[in-house]
Design a protein around this ligand. Structure first.
Ligand SMILES: [Zn+2]
Length: 255
């Protein structure tokens, strides 16, 4: 059975391969409908700049804003920021989140999140009630410069207890990632960005509780279905699945 009304906390507007937002939505929505995805959290893209300039951040957030404006019933957004440019990041929070339509923030690999600039961003996010989707990897061979690990996010979250963080990819090496964020109840983990391996969702629920696990696909880098399988195929009860598929994000987004 496909749960009606699932919320995908983590997608990127890369459908239509360089086409405009309308084409991206046309490409994506039939698959979302088929998979029972009611609402998708979009950010970062269609071009992935590791250290985006002000112009690139603006273009990126404009693209996602247009996607949301075209289908406000299907998409919500996280504003993409480069915390190296703190002044512009704080201004962008005002333009995109305080004034809408974005509801959260996306931080990728421009700067490690355990840095005072990110604390300044978190303080405004806390005032706005904006969750932060933070990329986290324990990358084999070492992280990229500026890339955050779950340990970095746990350190930030311990200082910023008023902010809800989603540890994207649960650290990739999720057996380490789940352990790293265990002590910080304001960190949730999503289900995407690693292969649909057996046991992830069961371990995340057993260690963190179902309230701290959210469905995300990383579409269109991954498919909706392969990441949904981590939830539908998990050996957990139906109440836990409902929390992961929509209940937790309804709470985070205050829907
Ligand atoms: Zn992603």
């Amino acid at each position: 059975m496909i749960e009606p009304g699932a919320i995908d906390c983590h997608i990127h507007p890369t459908a239509a391969q360089g086409g405009p937002p309308a084409a991206c939505a046309d490409e994506l929505l039939p698959f979302a409908d088929r998979m029972g995805i009611a609402l998708m959290g979009t950010s970062l893209g269609p071009t992935f700049w590791r250290r985006p300039t002000r112009e690139q951040i603006t273009a990126d957030n404009d693209f996602n804003a247009e996607l949301i404006a075209r289908h406000p019933d299907r998409f919500f957004g996280y504003a993409n920021l480069n915390p190296n440019d703190l002044r512009f990041s704080l201004d962008e929070i005002e333009r995109r989140v305080a004034d809408g339509p974005f509801v959260g923030l996306k931080l990728w690999v421009a700067m490690c999140c355990d840095h005072p600039n990110v604390d300044a961003i978190c303080e405004r996010a806390a005032e706005l009630g904006a969750p932060i989707l933070q990329h986290t990897f324990f990358r084999a061979g070492g992280n990229l410069p500026g890339e955050s690990s779950p340990d970095d996010l746990a350190a930030l979250a311990a200082r910023q207890r008023e902010v809800t963080f989603i540890a994207a990819h649960a650290g990739l090496n999720w057996e380490r990632g789940i352990r790293a964020v265990l002590g910080q109840p304001n960190i949730l983990v999503d289900t995407c960005g690693f292969d649909p391996e057996l046991g992830y969702t069961e371990m995340a629920v057993a260690w963190l509780g179902a309230e701290r696990v959210v469905y995300g696909s990383d579409a269109t880098g991954r498919s909706f279905a392969s990441q949904l399988a981590k939830v539908y195929g998990a050996d957990i009860d139906d109440d836990a699945k409902a929390l992961i598929l929509h209940g937790n994000m309804r709470r985070v987004l205050d829907l």
